[in-house]
Design a protein around this ligand. Structure first.
Ligand code: 5AD
Ligand code: SF4
Length: 363
């Protein structure tokens, strides 16, 4: 048996194994990795693909992450907050399209007006939807009390990407101040889990200063944290950000895409029952990038339900697709493209992470 087949047959993967798999360049070996990850996904989760409708609530952000197009310091961005009644309309529309789950994402604020607004929105969405939609929040670092309040208000899931688990890399892609502290990030993620949420994290792949070894450590960190869901995608530069200065020190975009796909595959091997998102950033690089993600181990996609008029103000990175409206027609197309790769949208399920259901049973 050749090197890769030996590794793929293992039950436990060492850091060296992971580095080997992430570094595979030969197309045949890469296909073996992708196939194995797809098999592991089928065995543990079946053909199911879970949908989440994404609502980008607001681009107001107090932070200044060096990679992000909507960082507070970018004065070219028109700031918005979608009024509550429009958000509720979007939630109802999601339900009309048979989505069972939506995600509230926004720039980071932690003032009391914001905290209260999110609590109210959670309650309102729960009130107006029947059966109730599962709700994921992705609105940054907050106090433990805030996480607990939002969980008690009815949100079930929370995503907080670690961005990079390597403190050095983290510090190079964030300003060096209290607002962007690596240690607080780690603590917040622990607090998300402690508050009771199905917990998600993730990283960016192909960042400047990041090595394959760092990525292997990211995967081991994710495994150790025992999170329920992961969203990770390629880093894509944005011209109006400080990190753009490093644009000549990046992997070519196609290689970044393939590296991101290998990351998804290896993650599926080491964490067979978690939910893994096939991210929009994959779609930015290749038109069918999201389907690629689903073919190599991912099982979640997040169609963007943000009303079109806000979309061009939520461009986290260059070329983010923002004109695709989600309609009954586009959902039919998505359904058939998913079917064409041997997968099915799980219309009748909430899509809770199996990892979460199992750990909750034990407690
Ligand atoms: N490239 C890729 N992903 C990015 N994000 C922010 N900026 C970029 C970028 N330039 C991701 C971060 C953040 C999520 C909302 O978007 O991981 O957590
Ligand atoms: Fe704000 Fe999030 Fe962008 Fe950082 S990544 S600047 S917290 S929106």
């Amino acid at each position: 048996m050749n090197g890769i087949a030996n590794i793929l047959n293992k039950k436990e993967f060492s850091k060296e194994d992971i580095i080997y798999l992430l570094s595979v360049k030969n197309k045949d070996d890469q296909s073996l990795l992708f196939q194995k990850a797809f098999e592991v996904k089928l065995k543990n989760i079946g053909k199911n693909v879970y949908l989440r409708g994404l609502i980008e609530l607001s681009n107001q952000c107090k932070k200044n992450c060096l990679y992000c197009g909507i960082r507070g310091g970018n004065e070219k961005v028109n700031r918005y907050a979608i009024p509550d009644d429009e958000v509720i309309e979007v939630a109802k529309y999601a339900q009309k399209l048979n989505f069972n789950s939506i995600v509230f994402q926004s720039g980071e604020r932690s003032d009391s007006a914001f905290v209260e607004r999110i609590s109210n929105l959670i309650k309102k969405v729960k009130e107006v939807t029947n059966p109730k939609l599962r709700l994921t929040l992705s609105v940054g670092e907050q106090s433990f009390e805030t996480y607990k309040n939002w969980f008690n208000a009815g949100a079930e899931r929370y995503l907080l990407r670690i961005e990079s688990s390597n403190k050095n890399v983290y510090n190079k892609i964030h300003p060096n101040d209290e607002l962007h502290s690596y240690d607080i990030r780690l603590k917040s993620l622990e607090n998300v889990k402690k508050a009771g949420f199905q917990t998600g994290t993730g990283i960016m792949i192909g960042l400047p200063f990041q090595t394959v070894e760092d990525l292997a450590d990211d995967l081991l960190y994710i495994k150790k944290l025992a999170v329920d869901m992961v969203g990770m995608g390629p880093y894509i530069e944005h011209a109006d950000t400080p990190l753009y200065q490093q644009k000549d020190n990046l992997l070519p975009i196609q290689e970044r895409l393939e590296l991101a796909l290998r990351m998804i595959s290896v993650l599926r091997l080491i964490a067979p029952t978690i939910n893994i998102v096939s991210t929009t950033a994959l779609e930015t690089i290749a038109a069918n990038g999201r389907e690629f993600g689903l073919k190599v181990g991912a099982n979640v996609i997040m169609p963007n339900l943000t009303p079109l008029k806000y979309r061009e103000s939520y461009l986290l990175y260059d070329n983010k697709p923002y004109l695709n409206e989600v309609t009954e027609e586009s959902m039919k197309e998505l359904t058939s493209s998913i079917r064409s790769i041997g997968q099915e949208i799980a219309w009748d399920e909430f899509g809770d992470s199996i990892h979460y259901l199992q750990r909750n049973k034990k407690n």
